[in-house]
Design a protein around this ligand. Structure first.
Ligand SMILES: *Cc1c(COP(=O)(O)O)cnc(C)c1O
Ligand SMILES: [Zn+2]
Length: 468
């Protein structure tokens, strides 16, 4: 691989047994030999890499330069597939690691032990922007004019936002019908993406967009695109940066298409290989109970990375059974309502690299966890709260100790899905039933009900004295 005539950046099949390569510029995002997933691969010996992660701090003094300001591209030496002049950034990655001591105390954890990595601060309100800036940059390098994705909402919002802010590409978004939250649909429409509402669910839309991308030569920005995952690696770098480069004990992340989980695993695999970290945190991936493919495969079918040879017959059987029973995903956490995670095999590798575990949380646990997050800080959408729901389980199971240093990834902004939040806090039983009851949510354990008062000063003051 280090022959001087092969470029230092290329794509390589995720399966070490296959190892087929493609040029950096290829946009098929499928192994030509075995059909598997591709990685962006680097010949690090021929690329300038930092000796210590703290070298990245120097970028802060140059933050009037957009590529140094970006929370993704200020780490560009660790995703070195683009020239600086090719990078497309809209200022993504200005996110914060929020210390959550009051919440920690509630969970019986020590002060300083729990942090929430708030990715809702991104320009389009979700972590997807970390990946989109990288995919978009690759798209520009390949000369793409149109970019498409299938989405439960946040990928489409992000794509639409990059298209409108840069004016460089036409965005086409495929969404399942009836599922998408208003906050996310609003973003796709407002940013003038061509919005295709397919009569089907996310898994249907995902299958179609891949066919369309092949037929029409449209650039695909779903997380099957390995360049997106390069951008998402930087979530781990910003977490490390915020912890003064000392890795935490645990990273907890919701699992949908398993792009984040995969990216986190790759980030740590590379950091370790480059000698930039001594220790790797453990990873906990949390499925929704109504979309629990990864949980089932890992915990019930015992599927493992197995040095790049996961039991593909068992995986195929699982998906055949799923089809036979018309196993549609069903959860209030729409961003992880996915039964066919495209990054499954990479996520198995992440579990291996990060000594990871998988859990599932039902919609009751997810909504209660979401309310706890909202009551103790920045708030998030339902899918993001799977991370805290997972932490609560892992504390109960004594897998996570009170002094363990834990980072829960809050994947998106509170305002993405206000319908679920308002229904949860509502005293209106009909609304609660319509939005949450149908998902099996029975109670709102942390509800904050609006107080109904007559339009009368005495009554208003009386109520305030009573409740506050
Ligand atoms: C996309 C998304 C997820 C799922 O992430 P994957 O990388 O697909 O596992 C979780 N939460 C939110 C808010 C998302 O938008
Ligand atoms: Zn292959």
């Amino acid at each position: 691989m280090s022959s001087p005539d092969t470029p230092p950046v290329f794509q390589r099949c995720v399966s070490p047994r296959c190892g087929a390569t493609l040029p950096m510029e290829d946009t098929s995002f499928r192994c030509p030999t075995c059909g598997g997933l591709m990685d962006v691969a680097y010949d690090w010996n021929r690329l300038p890499t930092p000796k210590h992660l703290s070298e990245f701090e120097a970028k802060w003094s140059r933050r009037t330069t957009p590529v140094d300001f970006s929370g993704v591209w200020r780490f560009r030496e660790l995703l070195p597939f683009a020239q600086t002049s090719q990078i497309l950034t809209i200022g993504e990655g200005q996110t914060i690691l929020q210390k959550a001591d009051v919440l920690a105390q509630k969970l019986g954890m020590r002060p300083d032990s729990l942090h929430l990595q708030y990715e809702g601060m991104n320009p389009s309100g979700s972590f997807k922007d970390n990946g989109m800036t990288a995919a978009f940059t690759h798209a520009r390098i390949t000369g793409a004019r149109r970019a498409a994705c299938a989405s439960t909402g946040n990928t489409s919002a992000s794509l639409a936002s990059y298209c409108s802010a840069t004016g460089l590409m036409r965005g086409i978004v495929f969404i399942g019908s009836g599922k998408i939250s208003y906050g996310k649909l609003a973003q796709a429409l407002d940013h003038h993406a061509l919005t295709m509402q397919i009569a089907g669910d996310f898994d249907d839309a995902m299958a179609r967009v891949q066919q369309v991308a092949r037929r029409l030569g449209v650039y695909l920005v779903n997380s099957i695109n390995p360049f997106r995952l390069e951008g998402q690696k930087t979530i781990m770098l910003r977490v490390l940066e915020a912890l003064a480069w000392e890795p935490p004990d645990w990273i907890i992340v919701p699992g949908g298409n398993l792009g984040n989980s995969s990216a986190f695993g790759k980030a740590y695999m590379e950091l370790k290989d480059l000698g930039l970290v001594k220790r790797i945190p453990r990873l906990a991936v949390i499925n929704a109970a109504g979309a629990r493919t990864f949980d089932t495969l890992v915990n019930e079918k015992n599927i493992r990375w197995n040095q790049g040879n996961p039991d593909s017959a068992a995986i195929d059987t699982f998906f055949k059974d799923l089809d036979a029973h018309d196993g549609r995903a069903n959860t209030i956490a729409s961003a992880i309502e996915i039964n066919r995670p495209v990054n499954l095999v990479k996520a198995l590798r992440a579990i291996e690299v990060m000594n990871g575990i998988v859990r599932r949380a039902d919609d009751q646990e997810i909504m209660d966890a979401k309310a706890l997050i909202g009551a103790h800080g920045l708030g998030c959408e339902p899918a993001s709260a799977a991370s805290l729901a997972g932490l609560i389980q892992l504390r109960e199971q004594r897998i996570i100790a009170p002094s363990d240093r834990v980072v829960c990834i809050l994947t998106a902004h509170q305002m993405k899905d206000p319908t679920a939040t308002v229904a949860y806090h509502s005293a209106d039983q009909e609304q609660f039933q319509k939005v949450l009851g149908v998902r099996g949510v029975k109670r709102a354990s942390h509800a904050n009900r609006a107080v109904q008062v007559p339009n009368d000063l005495e009554a208003i003051c009386g109520a305030i004295e009573l409740y506050a």
